[in-house]
Design a protein around this ligand. Sequence first.
Ligand code: TEU
Ligand code: CA
Length: 558
Amino acid sequence: MKKKWWHDKVAYQIYPKSFCDSNGDGIGDLQGIISKLDYLKDLGVDIVWLSPIYPSPLADEGYDIADYYGIDPRFGTMEDMEELIAEAKKRDMYILMDLVVNHCSDEHEWFLKACEDPDGKYGKYFYIVDAGQEDKLPTNWRSYFGGPAWDKLPGHEDKYYLHVFHKKQPDLNWENEEVREEVYKMVNWWLDKGLGGFRIDAIINIKKPEVFHDYPADRADGLCSIQCMLQEAKGIGRFLRELQERTFRLHDSFSVGEVFDADEDEITDFVGDDGYFSSMFDFGTALLGGDPAGWYRRKPVQAKEYIKAVYQSQKRLGDIGFYSNIIENHDEPRGVSHYLPEGECCVEGKKMLALLSFMVKGLPFIYEGQEIGMENKTFASIEEVDDCSTMHEYQVALEAGLTPKQAIEAVGKYCRDNARTPMQWDDSENAGFTTGRPWLAVNPNYKQINVKAQQADEDSVLAFYKKLAALRKSAEYKETIVYGDLILVPQEDENVMVFYRKSADKTLLVAANYQSVAADIKLTGQMNKEVLNNVRELHIDDGILYMQGYQAVVLEVE
Ligand code: TEU
Ligand code: CA
């Protein structure tokens, strides 16, 4: 693997709407982000990814873009954005934007023009198909957010357009060279502004099958999962290679793909030395417990499954490239609520997940609030929910026979708003996020869980994240943590994960006891030094490491 400038970095995702509000309108903004750059620097962050801040009607919270060259006034101005890039640069930090080009907003000029003249230039920017006899939909594909992936083209009763996500997110037709040229022009325009790169949204969806047809229905609605057509669609590589060659590669920028399912034999093409992307997210753990019937059927994640998934991902990528490691993002529940068993969400457990995420190979991404161990929120009713994905999953649960109370309880655990509640800065009203009324209610636990309190506590989750980031950058361990081989030490107890990180002259042993009860780990070889420990005690006796519940350690060994 060729060494790259970004390999030894630590990355952080900001959900701008919920990070920091500078002007009291209840919505986080760019000046708010600028005011927190020193906080991020101090945490050890180098790369900052912003979820979309472009002008948007917010049907899907900014993932529906109406103008790729602008900044939504809610978040600030282009001058604010330029200031953010410059202020980041001063601190040796890099800003990433979200590249959302599978679709745009139905309020984007291209789509408006396509509606005016579906047979003209802009009609070809989208997938517009004539209605069948008796208004039949072109196919029975179900959109990600529920209902058919086709809607009537506004102003044209005889035509449908495709949207694999929300109906306000029409899919762009990547087969059309003009569309691709528009995308490359825009990406380069931003990179020329000094952006560090992009996180690339939902990118696997850009390739559609040659022929559009129905698949067997998988629910009572007569529709089928979008996955059916994605599996049939081949040849995405041609688009991604072109994107890379025409944009990212020219700028040596960082790109991380939201790639859910790259085939084994495609991984080198995706993230090898000259991959389409610098990196891609590891969703191995995020997918655990899922059920095709819907969120209401999801099962809690077990420790042993988590451990297995982490290891499988590590093995899959090996020395080919770098995953970007997450325990949560803006589409996922809070990792500590999702991956620690109910009733066991404790400080040690939070630190254990952090340690695993930082000590495996790859680029660690922290999602805002993860560094203080922010938790899921309880939603009393669907009225408290903003997320369009949860609205749909709630309906699915009701249709399956759950009562409203059961339905919100079941889907609330996976609601994307869990991660979108405002950042908890201190214990003042609205957690110091805003002086106004926050656009989404603050998690009531902000009095206990907030940045200010944790800054004053050397045993806090925040302090532990700082240690992990510092360790990754330390002259002593950097080479081993960033590039060392990962060698699993199989354990009889499936709730315990032990592995070595090994470089030419150093070996680290990483051990995590992913359960509330104690566990013994047999050590082979001599321990030289305790490098990191999420509890105060380290108990080794006669070659046995006695681990407390949720204890996790890094030891330097012979
Ligand atoms: O997500 C794509 C995606 O497939 C997952 O988000 C998932 O299907 C969904 O979150 C289930 O709730 C990206 C963005 O991360 C997400 O926020 C956007 O809604 C989506 O693309 C559309 O742009
Ligand atoms: Ca604001």
